[in-house]
Each structure stands twice: as structure tokens, then as C-alpha cells.
Write a protein that binds this ligand. Structure first.
Ligand code: COA
Length: 415
């Protein structure tokens, strides 16, 4: 069966996490992704957080599936020529170097356009144009600058960053959408274009609801579904809301049976208005279904702490999975707090290809997260990440270099 992006060639000049997540997705959709790495060293993540000596780290392998690797010294004059040949052959150049690095290498937008006017040049940067545009940025810097950290955590504690890599992987997703959109537009215009996904912008896009709340706060001075209501105080900016749902249906994380020993024996419980009567029945507070102090969403808002305490008395008598089973029978929205161990062992995630076991020549078998986006006509087969420079000769031959030329370039240190 063909793949959605069959025939699309990507010059993958990405490293670390944000860029590689983008090109990995494109590879999963069928693009030929040629990762250009520094001769002799490669993507820095190959050697970071290693769990086996001298073997590509999980950090690297889990972000670079289905790609080919070529090593080119793009600061070597002959290496530059090889890169030029690749630019002429590819549809998209994806990069996430520090600001200005590609220009310093001699590959400005104008130069790339000269070489290939159809080329799409897609970049992840920390910030868009403005006071911080020259700054280097990593995941947590983006979470802080994009509004996530100031709105995450508890009111009485410091800002908190999330385990979800919304700055890196989140921006990679944004960039991938920008690339396929530009490819689509190119089918009509015949021209390439620049695609920029700034990490601050990507994080802010994912924190959109908090900018909504900022404006609500400025208008009304209070947000009744936040835990600060009714007894706490609101300042000028959106406060940290703990585990509040942040939407129109109040929720909270509640203890389940075994919480004393198991740090993940918790459930997320949502007091969804349409099933309020069922919630009252399940927790044995039938009278709350008709009591005017509890019967309507508005009446419940100032009493949420008391309500969740009562629900928790019930959830503490069940394991998170028992509670799930009972609550789902009544269509009460809830979700277990799953540990990474539980997720890794989940048979249904294995079945859908969301968790995949991959074999690697030097590492052996390991688990990875497969393609979370499922296309019925373009299924994903996850294949292992390339070894450093594994495909240099193969790609050079495809570019028209002879064996002798390849050897000479190797001797010159260009590849
Ligand atoms: N051959 C020769 N030189 C190469 C090369 C190759 N194949 N590949 C990269 N280089 C050079 C670059 O030209 C650059 O040289 P220069 O500084 O002399 O111009 C150098 O390697 C380092 O690149 P840089 O991107 O600055 O790496 P860094 O390790 O200093 O910074 C980041 C890492 C992630 C902070 C930075 O790349 C960045 O801010 N990227 C944008 C935001 C981003 O994606 N952040 C998330 C990362 S998960």
C-alpha cells in the first residue's frame, strides 16, 4: 500500500527533539527523510542520557525512526557542494539550529531559492521576530515563555513545567502541519516558501484557554470554577489552578484505594452536569440531586471542595480501575492516573501501534511511541533509527556521485 507522502524528499537538518519529532512524523507518513548530521559526531542526542555504553541513546532512537542518516561537514567547501546537491534534489529543508546558524553556513533563504525555487524551508526557533529572536531555547524555556508554567501547579507553590513536551514535540507537530500545508499550496503555485514555528507561539497556542481566562478575569475579577473561589484571592493574572479542569465541567484528581503506597492510585473525576444525578446515586448522596444548594452547576461552584471531598470518600474505597468500571457504566467522565509502567504494558496501546517494540542492531529491542495519528490509507510501520552515517554512500550514489568521488570526499573530510 502506498503512503500519503510517498515521493516527498526531506532534507532533515534537525537535532535534539523539536525538529526530529516533526521529520519523524513526515517519515511515518511516507516521506523519504534524509537526516544530515555532523561528520564524526552526529545529533548530540545520540550520546545523551545513554543507558548502554557506546550505543545510540533511547533519546535519539525514539525521535528518529524511519529516517536515513548521512554525515556531511557543511562547513567544508566540498561538503557544502554535497549539501547543495541535496537541496536541489529535496522538496523540504527542515532545520532547528540556533538563530542565524543556517545563514552562517552560507545557506540563506535567497541562496536556497537560487538552488531550488520549489524548496520549502521549515524552521523551529525559540521565538518569533522580536526582542528574543536571537535566543537559544530548550523545552522548559518555551513552556515558561509560552504561558504554560505560570498557569501550571498549585496556587501556594512556584510555577511548574509539564512532563508533556509541549515546547519541543508540540512545536514539531505545529511545524509538520505547516510543511504539509506549504506542500499543498506548492501544488498550485509551484513555489516554495518559508515555514516558521516558534516554540513560544506553539506553547501559547496550546495554552489558548488561559489567555481566554486572562480576559475573563480582567472583566469580572473572579473565576468561579477556579479553586481560588470562593475563599481565595485573585490577582491580576491567571492563577495556577491545581488540578481544576479549566473548562465548563469541574474536575479534580482524587485518591483511590492504595494511594498511601502507590503514587499513582488516583483518578481524575469530572462532575459533568448532565450526569449529576447519577454521581449523587453512585456516591450515596441521593439528596444532593434535588437539594437547591447542589442541584445546579451554579449552586455547586462555591461548594466544589466539599463535593470533591465527598466523592473522594467513595473513590478511596475502590481501586482506580474499579472506580473507572463503575463510573463508566453511568457515563460519568473520569480517567485513571496511569503510570509510564502501566502505559508501557497496556495491551490495547500495543494493538493500535501507539506503543511499538522496535529492534535495533546495537541496542536490541526497545519500546517506543508509534505514530499517534492513524491514516486508514497510509498505515505506519515504525522502523529503527539509522546508525550515524549509515546511508551516506547510498544517498551519495543517488545524487550521482561515483565510488571514486565518494572516497575522495571522505578523504577530504567532507563526508
Ligand atoms: N557540519 C558542520 N557544522 C554543523 C553541522 C554539520 N553537519 N550541523 C550543525 N553544524 C553547526 C552549525 O552550523 C552551528 O555552527 P555555528 O554556531 O558556528 O553557526 C553549530 O553546529 C551548532 O548549532 P546550534 O544550533 O547553535 O547548536 P547548539 O547545540 O549550540 O544549540 C539549541 C542547540 C537547541 C539550543 C539551538 O539549536 C536552538 O536554539 N534551536 C532552535 C530552537 C529549538 O529547536 N530548540 C529545541 C531543541 S529540542
Amino acid at each position: 500500500m502506498g503512503k500519503a507522502l510517498d515521493g516527498v524528499r526531506i532534507l532533515d537538518f534537525t537535532h535534539v527533539q523539536s525538529g526530529p519529532t516533526c521529520t519523524q512524523l513526515l517519515a511515518w507518513f511516507g516521506a523519504d527523510v534524509i537526516k544530515v548530521e555532523r561528520a564524526g559526531a552526529g545529533d548530540i542526542t545520540r550520546e545523551q542520557l545513554r543507558d548502554i555504553p557506546d550505543v545510540d541513546s533511547l533519546y535519539f532512537t525514539m525521535l528518529n525512526h524511519n529516517k536515513r542518516s548521512v554525515t556531511i561537514d557543511t562547513k567544508n567547501p566540498e561538503g557544502k557542494l554535497v549539501l547543495e546537491a541535496l537541496i536541489q534534489k529535496c522538496d523540504v529543508l527542515v532545520e532547528n539550529f540556533a538563530p542565524g546558524a543556517l545563514d552562517r553556513m552560507g545557506f540563506t533563504w535567497e541562496r536556497i531559492q537560487e538552488l531550488n525555487p520549489k524548496m520549502i524551508v521549515a524552521s523551529v526557533k525559540g521565538f518569533g521576530p522580536g526582542p528574543y529572536e536571537d535566543c537559544k531555547v530548550y523545552e522548559n524555556v518555551a513552556q515558561c515563555a509560552g504561558g504554560a508554567a505560570s498557569t501550571t501547579g498549585f496556587d501556594d507553590g512556584p510555577p511548574v513545567v509539564s512532563g508533556a513536551q509541549i515546547g519541543d514535540s508540540g512545536t514539531g507537530l505545529h511545524l509538520a502541519l505547516g510543511i504539509v500545508t506549504a506542500l499543498y499550496q506548492r501544488t498550485m503555485t509551484g513555489r516554495g516558501q518559508k515555514v516558521l514555528a516558534a516554540m513560544q507561539d506553539g506553547v501559547l497556542n496550546l495554552c489558548r484557554v488561559k489567555l481566554r481566562d486572562q480576559q475573563r478575569l480582567e472583566r469580572t475579577g473572579v473565576m468561579k470554577e477556579y479553586p481560588q473561589y470562593p475563599n481565595g484571592t485573585f490577582g491580576e493574572a491567571v492563577p495556577r489552578a491545581g488540578n481544576a479542569s479549566g473548562g465548563g465541567q469541574p474536575g479534580w484528581i482524587l485518591k483511590c484505594k492504595g494511594w498511601e503506597a502507590d503514587p499513582n492510585a488516583y483518578i481524575y473525576f469530572i462532575t459533568q452536569a448532565p450526569v449529576w444525578a447519577k454521581i449523587c446515586n453512585v456516591i450515596g448522596k441521593e439528596e444532593w440531586a434535588t437539594d437547591p444548594d447542589y442541584a445546579t452547576p451554579a449552586a455547586r461552584l462555591p461548594r466544589l471542595k466539599e463535593i470533591f471531598a465527598e466523592v473522594e470518600r467513595w473513590t478511596m474505597s475502590k481501586t482506580k480501575f474499579e472506580a473507572m468500571e463503575i463510573l463508566n457504566k453511568y457515563d460519568i467522565p473520569c480517567g485513571p492516573i496511569l503510570s509510564m509502567k502501566e502505559i508501557a504494558e497496556d495491551p490495547s496501546l500495543r494493538k493500535t501501534g501507539t506503543i511499538v517494540e522496535v529492534d535495533h542492531p546495537t541496542r536490541g529491542k526497545y519500546l517506543t511511541v508509534g505514530n499517534p495519528i492513524k491514516l486508514s490509507d497510509s498505515p505506519t510501520e515504525v522502523t529503527r533509527s539509522p546508525l550515524l552515517g549509515e546511508h551516506t554512500d547510498e544517498v551519495m550514489a543517488e545524487l550521482g556521485y561515483s565510488l571514486e568521488q565518494i572516497s575522495a570526499l571522505r578523504v577530504a573530510g567532507a563526508i
